[in-house]
Design a protein around this ligand. Structure first.
Ligand SMILES: [Cu+2]
Length: 255
């Protein structure tokens, strides 16, 4: 009775160790595209690895459930032999989940610390402040010449567009002026909370031209579902033109 269990636990252990190391290149993005943002570069393999680990654990669990169903059916009316303790099995089902959690925790912390790393100002190309409010967004582009910043403010009826220059590092700050909101660009694997009274920071580079949906992912009130925005990744030249247009509009409004 002991041997098969020990074999299973060894196999489980081997797979846990194996999985924590691999999971990269040839695996599908499981809903996410590779290389869209600098965050994807860190997050995607973690996402893939977590799914593979979950799939392996799920399959093993399913086998363990189905095994007795098919191979240990009631054969006769004799009451089967009862085993009260099985130390190796109990140790295994304590140690294995702990190892799985430890591996997931280690890789999560490792990736997270890379993602939230803030570099010196000189290495950052652009600064954008994101303000969440009930119920839309304001994007303040701070690199706007003699104007301190130019702001794009959305409404629930007219969601704003966040322009980003391709391949250039942007530092974002996140604030809220009422309740907690969640700045979320699903395709970029990015989410950061906008907290009233606390400024969060995140730096990333958008790497592929295109338009991507963004939304608020913290339930923030009645019209939470309307807190939408778009992210438009444009060339560096187009970004400069866009900022110049915003500055001109703002100057015209002041004049
Ligand atoms: Cu919100």
């Amino acid at each position: 009775m002991h041997l098969p269990h020990r074999k299973t636990s060894v196999r489980l252990l081997a797979m846990t160790v194996l999985l924590s190391g691999c999971a990269q290149a040839d695996v599908s993005g499981l809903g996410f595209e590779e290389g869209l943002s600098s965050v994807n570069d860190h997050s995607l393999s973690l996402w893939q690895g977590a799914w593979i680990a979950a799939a392996v654990v799920g399959v093993i669990t399913l086998i363990l459930i189905l095994w007795p169903v098919f191979f240990h059916r009631k054969k006769d009316d004799n009451f089967p032999k009862q085993t009260q303790y099985n130390i190796p099995v109990e140790v295994a089902y304590t140690v294995i989940p702990f190892l799985i959690v430890a591996a997931l925790f280690y890789f999560t912390v490792q990736r997270e610390s890379r993602i939230v790393k803030i570099s010196p100002d000189s290495q950052v190309s652009h600064f954008i402040d994101v303000v969440g409010f009930q119920w839309s967004w304001q994007f303040k582009h701070r690199d706007a010449g003699d104007f301190k910043s130019v702001a794009v403010t959305g409404t629930p009826a007219q969601p704003p567009t966040l322009y980003l220059p391709q391949g250039e590092k942007v530092r974002f700050t996140f604030d809220a002026n009422d309740v907690v909101h969640g700045f979320w660009i699903p395709a970029f694997m990015i989410q950061m909370q906008n907290l009233p009274g606390v400024t969060n920071k995140l730096e990333f580079t958008a790497n592929k031209l295109g338009t991507y949906p963004g939304r608020c992912n913290i339930l923030c009130g009645r019209n939470h579902a309307q807190m939408l925005f778009n992210v438009k990744v444009v060339t560096s030249q187009e970004y400069q033109t866009y900022i110049a247009e915003l500055v001109a509009e703002e100057k015209a409004a002041v004049a």
